[in-house]
Design a protein around this ligand. Structure first.
Ligand SMILES: *Cc1c(COP(=O)(O)O)cnc(C)c1O
Length: 460
């Protein structure tokens, strides 16, 4: 399995280069040279596996000579043994749709599913190479906690997490800042998530800096995260595919990561019908799919903070695909987006998008209404992100099996949930202690040099 960059596909990369680097040196995203499609027979075999077995099979088809299959199996087992569900996820019926709960990991959001695996990949690789690295990552709230949980205490790795100061929920912050291991560093940036993401991108681009600290990234463009996330689309599909009706997924998204993983599953041969891109008021993806105009706006703060994003980084992978894997064209389009803040998607390409995707955007009032409605009717509490996914099916009418991806546990966003159902969400017993423990984080200005020297000082 070889990989290329979306902006220059003349050079080839191995899986370990792809997962360690995250982003290509030319600013592009890594993507497999070609994607192997499972045939009907193989899909049938996969459908009989439990979650861990299925994950090993799917992930192994992307890792090349990075790891032997029996070692991968051990890593997958270890990664998913920390989940509260034996099969990692849980599929429940709620009214006329199904909810795929992805939040049974240690930090209560779907990001644990990919991040636990990544943490163990790092450990495996660094142990073999006797090397060390520094991870720098931006978070809109959930990535940071999942990454810290996966990396804390591991040998040869430090992790620096940049979050937007005062723009994540209290529980989100405490999950990150109460971790005591001395390889964990939290930075609250005076800015929004896009500022944090931009700082990390600039640090990567500064070769002198990134090479000197052996910088590595785990944000949602990391290919290893995408493949780990594609697994639950297969798993859920196989659980319900005893009838002949189409299967649709509604995916709360901001960075186009989770929903792209669904698209990848489809490209691997899983016969998914439609993927709904469900956004909050930061609706750049909804506008792009509706009108063909991908236009950057100002990020606004919402009660679904993990999706308060305007630059949907993973969208570049779809752009590359739509342009028939033309790297020069992709580079041109990405430059246009950067310079002009806009990309007009050609009609024939928009039609291709609409074959696979639908979209939807929900405002605050509707989110609260949806949480309330679902609770009153079914006694199920949705978090504000999952509520957007749920509500999308009321607007985008699709026949067949409609599956909502529930991306976070409601107790992670108690204030938003309380607005809707006047009830306080309790943390699971194992996490109660974070509310009273001492927090550790530094509030720093939105300034590249400042943050670079902070990081350099810490790793001296
Ligand atoms: C990160 C996150 C999302 C969005 O994920 P993408 O990678 O942007 O698709 C949605 N919901 C929750 C709870 C998240 O943490």
């Amino acid at each position: 399995m070889k990989y290329v960059s979306t902006r220059d596909n003349s050079k080839e990369f191995s899986f370990s280069q792809v997962f360690l680097k995250g982003l290509a040196d030319d600013g592009g995203l890594f993507i497999p040279k070609s994607i192997k499609k499972f045939d009907k027979k193989k899909l049938n075999l996969l459908s009989k596996l439990n979650y861990k077995e299925l994950a090993s099979e799917i992930i192994y088809s992307f890792t090349g000579d990075f790891i032997a299959k029996n070692n991968l199996k051990k890593i997958v087992d270890k990664s998913y043994s920390v989940f509260r569900e034996k099969n990692v996820v849980n599929l429940i019926q709620v009214g006329d749709r199904k909810i795929l709960e992805l939040f049974h990991g240690p930090t209560l959001a779907f990001k644990d599913i990919a991040m636990q695996l990544l943490g163990n990949f790092y450990e495996y690789y660094l142990n073999k190479k006797k090397d060390n690295i520094n991870i720098v990552v931006a978070t809109s709230g959930d990535t940071g906690a999942a990454a810290i949980e996966a990396i804390k205490g591991k040998k040869g790795i430090n992790i620096f997490v940049l979050h937007p100061n005062n723009r994540i929920s209290l529980v989100q912050r405490k999950l990150m800042t109460t971790i005591k291991e001395n390889n964990v560093f939290n930075i609250a940036v005076k800015g929004n998530f896009d500022d944090c993401q931009n700082l990390v991108k600039l640090m990567f681009a500064d070769k002198l800096f990134s090479n000197s600290i052996k910088m590595s990234g785990v944000n949602s463009i990391n290919w290893a995260r995408i493949i780990a996330q594609s697994v639950y689309y297969f798993y859920a599909y196989f659980l319900i595919n005893n009838d002949k009706h189409p299967v649709n997924f509604s995916v709360p998204t901001g960075n186009f990561g989770n929903v792209y993983a669904g698209y990848l599953a489809k490209k691997m041969g899983l016969p998914i019908n439609k993927l709904i891109v469900a956004t909050n008021q930061n609706d750049i993806l909804h506008r792009a799919i509706l009108n063909g105009i991908y236009e950057l706006g100002q990020a606004v703060e919402t009660i679904s903070p993990s999706m308060d994003i305007q630059v949907a980084s993973n969208f570049e992978r779809l752009i590359y695909d739509l342009n028939d894997r033309d790297d020069k064209r992709t580079l041109l389009i990405m430059k246009k987006i950067k310079d002009k803040g806009q990309y007009n998607i050609e009609k024939n390409k928009l039609n291709k998008i609409k074959l696979n995707f639908d979209s939807y955007s929900m405002n605050q009032k509707q989110i609260i209404k949806t949480i309330k409605l679902v609770y009153n009717k079914y006694k199920i509490v949705l978090d504000p992100h999952s509520a957007i996914g749920y509500g999308a099916f009321d607007s985008v009418k699709l026949k067949g099996n409609n599956v909502v991806l529930a991306t976070a546990h409601p107790c992670k966003f108690p204030d938003a949930v309380k607005l809707a159902i006047k009830k306080k969400q309790k943390l699971p017993h194992s996490l109660k202690h974070i509310m009273t423990e001492r927090e550790n984080y530094e509030i720093l200005p939105n300034n590249l040099q400042y943050i670079q020297s902070y990081i350099k000082n810490k790793i001296q």
